[in-house]
Design a protein around this ligand. Sequence first.
Ligand code: ADP
Ligand code: MG
Length: 697
Amino acid sequence: MTANIPEIFGCNVFNEEVMKARLPKNIYNDFKRTIRQGEPLDMNTADFLANAIKDWAIEKGATHYTHWFQPMTGSTAEKHDSFISVGPNGTAIMEFSGKALVKGEPDASSFPSGGLRRTDSARGYTAWDPTSYCFVKEGSLYIPTVFVSYTGEILDKKTPLLRSMEALSKTAVRFLKLFGNEKVTRVTSTVGAEQEYFIIDKKMFDQREDLILTGRTLFGAKPPKGQELDDQYFANLKPRIAAYMAELDEELWKLGIYSKTKHNEVAPAQHEMAPIFTTSNLGTDQNELAMEVMEKVALRHGLVCLLHEKPFEGVNGSGKHNNWSMSTDDGQNLLDPGDTPMENLQFLTILCALIKGVDEYSDLMRLSAASAGNDHRLGADEAPPAIVSMFLGEELDAVLSAIEEDGKYKTQTKTFEIGVNALPSFPKDSTDRNRTSPFAFTGNRFEFRMVGSSDNIACPNALLNTIVSEELSQFTEILEPFAGTPSFEQEVKKLLKNVLKDHRRIIFNGDGYSPEWVKEAERRGLPNYPSTVDCMPHYTDEKNLRIFRKFGVYNRNELTARTEIHLEKYSKTVRIEARTMVEMARKQLLPAALEYVDKLCAAIATKNSLGIVSKAENALSAELNTLCDMLYNSIQRLEERIENACGISNVQQQAEAFHDSVLAEMEIMRSVADRIELIMPRSAWPIPTYSEIIYNV
Ligand code: ADP
Ligand code: MG
């Protein structure tokens, strides 16, 4: 049955349309005004709203409501309360107050806070984010909220994003006035997050402790066929996948998510879903929701959706291309080059602000995509390198050269002067794409490709917004005195020229996967932080702290807390992986290999007694025996290294130990075990192989 999209779209969302239909005009207007002005709702309006939302939610089958938030764990959190209240004469009535809508107090002492909130002192509370819509799912009304401590410090991923959006709007509105945009009152950052994921059969998943406990395979020899034929990318969909994707789309549409594109990705069993872009706050909520729905729908099909950045060694991992731009309330996309000379100049100025920002804060961009999982991806030959650079394409590069040389920009047919002529429009199609670049201009937006597939996108977007706020405010300071004067254009060009002179090094149009780029980047002085532990300490560098404070995105405590949380999470992730390896090696792999050696030895003994030569058995048992010893030794070493790392109390040093010592031994153990897998008979190997997992659906 095919879905009637317009009919089901957003049917579980308390969106604009529903609000207009269900709220009295004055309440609706009050509500919209408070959102616009960022004011708290008055209790009367809140009570009215709550009642209307409750009635609507009950019609949609809801019995409960929950404040839905995004703590630092990396997943979303929810605690459900029913609408039930004691009525007269022992009856039950359904109640929902404005207070319950606006504020919640989950006992949240177990969420990571990086020392911001001690369990014995202030509790956290959740506060409704009315810029994101409430929705109904699985019998509950979901209220998107932010999560903060009673002393006002942030405990979640969403709040910094909202703060950065405020900052961006203020600075961009002021900046745009310089270019004659008097009517713009609000600028909003936008995001379209292309979500990559793997789908495997649940029967395979259930047999692999590593997948169950860590989301990735910690062992597994390369299959005879990987992705070398490129025959999976955009290939036709297998029936089970097609059925899964159809149901996924339908569920996403019901939740108001404009799921638009679906296709097979490069690696076997890898796929992608891309929604139509929206505002960053809504886009973040929707991406969190989409990931949850992807996992749940898969289970209904006997499948498992893997969102880990690197579920399988040797084939591509998964990322989340974070397409980012800014829109004005009068409908301009600020990264659209525009049609008039003034629009072009405005675009080029914003572009140069980004060039300067990315160059000055590339460490923060790297950081915003750092996690134990994503470390396996960045810098491998399939994802952007860990070095941040920008790709603009030849056309735009030529325009920048013209600015630098005070020259004119030539195409085959025409010569253009910046600020005098309207530039030709730049290609928006994918022919001009550089897929190896971490931050690529794609015609009317930037695509930040470093973000990991399981990451919450609030952090990278908060960061981009903050960087751009800083640069736009600097530019505004410089240019404001000349606004409306005849020398304005000259001053703009002078500024851009200076910026390009200092920051052009961040632009790289070549192959980001090549080893030459690593050397070249080093010559250019660009930072290269291969792992999470290398980049994390830079979060609190003075220059970074300064912009976060200036725009009220994080204070020093919040930033220090965040650094600590990320490092702790890194250590815990590697620890769980290492322990899982020890367990699998001890309980499954080594016993299987030893048993097979036993069998071979028994066969050799029998053959010997009969005077038959057993060349194959001899060779195989000797090799396996050596490998078993190696595996055994590796288990011993890994256990010791885990214990040593666990004993370190400084979070940075502990994370470094997990990286340098534990992870290194894990790699050794894996290479030994994978060799054993390759020479053992399938019937004697205790866990599903790569071929069985990735070619099974
Ligand atoms: P590709 O795979 O070629 O990059 P897709 O169509 O898969 O292209 O994804 C492009 C993404 O960029 C979509 O989510 C789209 O909505 C988003 N996008 C387009 N314009 C903007 C914009 N102005 N701001 C943010 N995202 C945008
Ligand atoms: Mg893309």
